[in-house]
Design a protein around this ligand. Structure first.
Ligand code: NAP
Length: 251
């Protein structure tokens, strides 16, 4: 059986690292979905060189009214076995405070657009009785900081939605892997000083690949993948810090 993989955010450094780390068999169909066809095609070159059957699809996370039709159209050639939800933007708090529509755009891209898209794919996977959804959440979902309240709120919403959807899908044959990386050095964080326990796209890719069965792309276990693993402990400490102290943190 030929496997079918959909990467939402087809140029995402983390998303592409996950697809690469899966070491998919030649002929696996990979759909890179995003806004810019040219950039998607150049992002897919390395995967095509590795023998994968790469195609690109137009997808705008903010065009929520189009997401059911997008899911139906992608699935016309076969419901994906794996959907990786890697779409996201990081717009600084200063920028969104000065230009508030950008806050709405970030929330739609990082939260609402995932909800509308993943609800549509979850229903299609559920009807077939199989499939895996990988959601890129973040340590930022755990506790909002004054420096990223909008990004953090969107990630907290996405994280909560993914956990609820995972419970809804339990027992249907459809699995959910919720990935919570910390600071990932790359395009999204360019120019920012690395946070403690910073990681890289290949490290996130390897952690996600290790959590999936390469033959079927089913999650070996459902639940949360922290990258790196010790971040789970740091997140527990973050939750316990008293608020008067938390608000004094400098980043
Ligand atoms: N980097 C980190 O430190 C970090 C940490 C934790 C979690 N995450 C999350 O991991 C995911 C991937 O991040 P990354 O580091 O791989 O960032 P990235 O390389 O900047 O990728 C982001 C992707 O989102 C796409 N995108 C943005 N707005 C879109 C829209 N309106 N419609 C469709 N696609 C859109 C971008 O497409 P274009 O090519 O069109 O811009 C790009 O493919 C994100 O959800 C991010 O929040 C990142």
């Amino acid at each position: 059986m030929t496997l079918r993989v959909l990467l939402l955010g087809g140029t995402s450094e983390i998303g592409l690292a996950i697809v690469g780390a899966l070491r998919l068999p030649a002929g696996t169909q990979v759909v890179l979905a995003g806004r810019d066809t040219q950039r998607l095609e150049s992002a897919g070159k390395a995967l095509a060189d590795a023998g994968l059957a790469v195609s690109v699809a137009r997808y705008d996370a903010t065009d929520v009214a189009s997401h059911q039709a997008f899911a139906d159209s992608v699935s016309a050639k076969g419901v994906p076995d794996l959907v990786i939800a890697a779409t996201g933007v990081l717009i600084s708090q200063a920028v969104v405070a000065a230009d508030v529509p950008q806050a709405a755009s970030m929330i739609t891209t990082n939260f609402t657009g995932h909800v509308t898209t993943l609800l549509a794919f979850a229903a299609l996977m559920r009807a077939r009785g199989s499939g895996t959804i990988v959601v890129l959440s973040s340590v930022a979902a755990i506790r909002p900081r004054k420096f990223n309240s909008v990004y953090g709120a969107a990630k907290a919403g996405l994280d909560a939605f993914a956990r609820g959807l995972a419970d809804e899908l339990h027992g249907t044959g459809v699995g959910m892997l919720l990935v919570r990386p910390g600071f990932v050095a790359g395009r999204m964080t360019e120019g920012m000083a690395p946070a403690p326990l910073a990681t890289t796209p290949p490290a996130v890719g390897a952690a996600v690949a290790a959590a999936l069965d390469p033959a079927t792309l089913r999650a070996r276990r459902t639940g949360v993948v922290w990258v790196p693993v010790p971040l789970a402990g740091l997140a527990t400490v973050m939750r316990l810090i008293p608020r008067p102290l938390w608000r004094k943190l400098e980043r």
